[in-house]
Design a protein around this ligand. Structure first.
Ligand code: ADP
Ligand code: ADP
Length: 225
């Protein structure tokens, strides 16, 4: 069963048709890039997938749950990194992660070792006591990624997560996500406007003006260019 499925999904804002009968799916453990220029509808799609907005028509299913009828069930197994940075700069890295684990209702006996394992795994152990404001942009994003993984989601949504990062940090974040995918069989939807990032996914869905223009293997897309 797919971890994400949209069928004929439409969404408009006033006269702007942000999404027009979009159908797509992500299989368990699959990394899919959602490639499109600004205004393509990527963020709108993420808002529907995370229950911030409701589709005008069509169905959105996340981890087997219909976003209209049982959004909470879907969200409990979803990890998200939003386009806008969202890290509390006053909390230490470890405190941010603990706070998020508490939000998910994880008991301390589960979350504490898991947080330490994730900090070590992502090379953040030495930064654990530092407040977010003392971290580089790349490390802040990495903490947001780790935070999104704390409750062991089956699907990870990354919305233009590398915007504003230098090339080295961009590449590192993408590597970290590719690693998390292969280690945990995590489905990933990676939204970007950058072809070189999309090429690293197994499959690419090209979105343009609210329409799916292309959906196929990354290799086949590169061959077309
Ligand atoms: P992307 O994330 O690919 O840049 P968006 O989903 O943000 O695309 O935007 C798709 C279209 O919808 C654009 O034309 C954008 O201007 C419009 N749009 C997005 N959000 C809003 C909103 N809250 N109100 C009105 N129009 C919006
Ligand atoms: P197990 O859960 O049986 O220990 P895993 O290989 O699934 O074996 O997990 C190894 C470690 O990675 C554990 O500490 C687990 O908490 C953590 N982990 C498992 N799934 C994820 C995930 N989706 N994201 C982040 N960490 C995870």
């Amino acid at each position: 069963a797919p971890v994400l499925r949209c069928h004929e999904v439409s969404k408009r804002y006033g006269r702007t048709q942000a999404l027009d009968r979009v159908s797509l799916a992500v299989a368990a453990g699959e990394m899919v890039a959602l490639l499109g220029p600004n205004g393509a509808g990527k963020s709108t799609l993420f808002q529907l997938l995370t229950g911030l907005f409701v589709a005008d028509s069509g169905s959105v299913e996340v981890l087997g749950a219909d976003m209209r009828r049982e959004p909470v069930r879907a969200l409990s197994r979803l990890g998200v990194v939003f386009q806008q940075p969202a890290l509390d700069l006053n909390l230490s890295v470890r405190a941010s992660l603990r706070f998020h684990a508490d939000l998910h209702g994880l008991p301390g006996a589960v979350s504490r070792p898991r947080i330490e394992a994730l900090l070590a795994r992502f090379g953040l152990a030495d930064l654990a006591r530092k407040p977010g404001r003392e971290l580089s942009g790349g490390n802040r994003r990495k903490v947001e990624l780790v935070r999104a993984l704390i409750h062991e989601p089956r699907l990870l949504l990354m919305d233009e997560a590398t915007v504003g990062l230098d090339p080295g940090s961009r590449a590192q974040l993408l590597e970290d996500v590719l690693q998390a995918r292969s280690e945990h069989g995590l489905g990933v939807l990676w939204a970007t406007h950058l072809v070189d990032e999309a090429e690293r996914a197994q499959r690419v869905i090209v979105l343009h003006k609210g329409h799916v223009l292309w959906d196929g293997e990354a290799r086949a897309l590169c061959a077309q260019e």
